[in-house]
Design a protein around this ligand. Sequence first.
Ligand code: HEC
Length: 127
Amino acid sequence: MRQLRSSLAFLAAFTGGAVGRAAGQEQGSISTAEYEGWRQYSVQCARCHGQDALPNPVAANLLVSMAPGGPTAEKETFTKVVMEGRPDRGMPPFKDVMTPEQVDAVYAYLKGRAENRIPVGRPQPPG
Ligand code: HEC
C-alpha cells in the first residue's frame, strides 16, 4: 500500500509539474508570500534540506514531500511537522523561531517549488 501511494504521488508530481512549469514560464512571477518564503527557507531550512529544496543526503527531499499526494503536501500536516519538529529524527521544532506567517510563507514557497512553478535560484522580487 505504501509502495502504491508513493508511486501515485510520483505520478501526480510528474504530471502536475509539467503543467505548472509551462504556466510558470508564461507568468514568470512570484507572490509576496512565496518570496518571503524563499528568504525564510534559505535562512532556516536550506542547511539541511538543500539550497532551493534540491535533494541532498542530509534530510527529507521536500520536493517529494510537498508534491501533490506527498506526506506533507497538506498545509496542516506541514505546519505541524515544522512547528513541533521530529526531534528524535533530526528535524528541529520551529515554533519558538518562526511566526505562523513565516511558516505559511515557507509552505507557499515549497509548494511552488514542488509543483515546478518556482524555478531554482533567487526569485525575482514581486512587483
Ligand atoms: C537540522 C536539520 C534540519 C533543519 C534545519 C530543518 N529540517 Fe526538516 N527535516 C530534517 C530531517 C532529518 C527530517 C526527516 C525526519 C524524518 O525522518 O521523519 C526532516 C523532515 C522534514 C519534513 C517532513 C518531510 C516528510 O516527508 O515527512 C518537513 C515538511 C520539513 N522537514 C520541513 C522543514 C522546514 C520547512 C524547515 C525550515 C523551517 C526545516 N525542515 C528545517 C532536518 C532538518
